[in-house]
Design a protein around this ligand. Structure first.
Ligand SMILES: [Zn+2]
Length: 283
């Protein structure tokens, strides 16, 4: 494949089109770029400023793929003939398909393909116009092909009642409210909010926290354990300040500051320091 760089056009308008072309190319040619096996477990998002967000169908795959990141980036960039992707973020996503795998009565409708829809003359003319400024004929042909595929795919999806993700505009199935990449981001936002809340009010139980921020019990527990761990390590240090010791005590006992007794604070400190002593003397 010829390098895109050699035929890259100069004007901004053309560059905008080229960037779209590159971003779409990665999504449309994903299977060819990364192979059947990886493609079966992943969904690529769009390339934004060189960063490609990829959702994997579970945490194991997200981890496995992150170890292959450089290799995958090389494959994509080799396919594209230039460095289109400089970073890939793999995240464990929520595949509608996985949740419905055992649902035999209600099988997932097949994902529309670009061949399922035909563009009208008017739409083809639009694409002709968009690419009219491209002087290089070889490039023009490539860009046109990608645009026709992309527009056809969007049309096919719309015909199957897919709708725009309200956050980023990518088309999603009628069952999904957000695209997989945005739903991961939203979930991450929720977890961050729970963390902030719990740092300010360490005594909160799941039920209390859930009244202010809708969250899953597993997320709450993960955040709480993470904070317990963090403050435990802080209090282990000899110069730990009183605020940190109190925070740890509130996390452990679920008590508000006014309910913490001096005795409880001393006990908490003793417990941490004693464990540290046992641990270090064992080594
Ligand atoms: Zn989205």
């Amino acid at each position: 494949m010829n390098s895109l760089r050699n035929v890259l056009p100069k004007t901004l308008k053309q560059l905008g089109l080229i960037n779209q072309f590159k971003a779409e190319s990665v999504t449309l040619n994903w299977r060819q770029m990364v192979g059947e096996e990886i493609a079966a477990h992943t969904r690529p998002g769009r390339v934004r400023r060189g960063i490609l967000n990829v959702s994997a169908n579970n945490a194991v795959w997200a981890h496995h793929l992150s170890t292959l990141k450089e290799e995958i980036m090389d494959k994509i960039n080799a396919f594209m003939g230039e460095k289109v992707v400089t970073e890939i973020k793999f995240q464990a996503g929520y595949f509608q398909k996985d949740q419905n795998e055992n649902n035999i009565e209600n099988p997932e409708p097949p994902v529309p393909r670009w061949r399922d829809a035909r563009l009208e003359e008017r739409e083809l003319q639009d694409i002709d116009q968009m690419t009219a400024d491209l002087a290089d004929n070889q490039l023009k042909k490539k860009v046109k092909t990608i645009l026709v595929k992309e527009y056809s795919l969007r049309k096919a999806k719309r015909q199957h009642n897919w709708q725009a993700c309200p956050k980023c505009g990518v088309l999603v199935t009628p069952q999904e409210s957000l695209c997989s990449v945005c739903s991961i981001e939203e979930h991450q936002g929720q977890v961050d909010a729970v963390r902030k809340y719990l740092i300010h009010a360490p005594w909160l139980s799941y039920e209390e926290c859930n009244r202010y921020i809708a969250c899953l019990r597993t997320d709450f527990n993960t955040v709480k354990n993470e904070l317990l761990d963090k403050y435990w390590r802080e209090v282990e240090k000899d110069d730990a300040d009183r605020m940190k010791i109190m925070t740890l005590a509130m996390l452990i006992h679920g008590l508000q500051p006014h309910a913490l007794t001096e005795e409880l604070i001393v006990k908490t400190l003793d417990k941490v320091r004693r464990k540290k002593h046992v641990f270090t003397s064992r080594r």
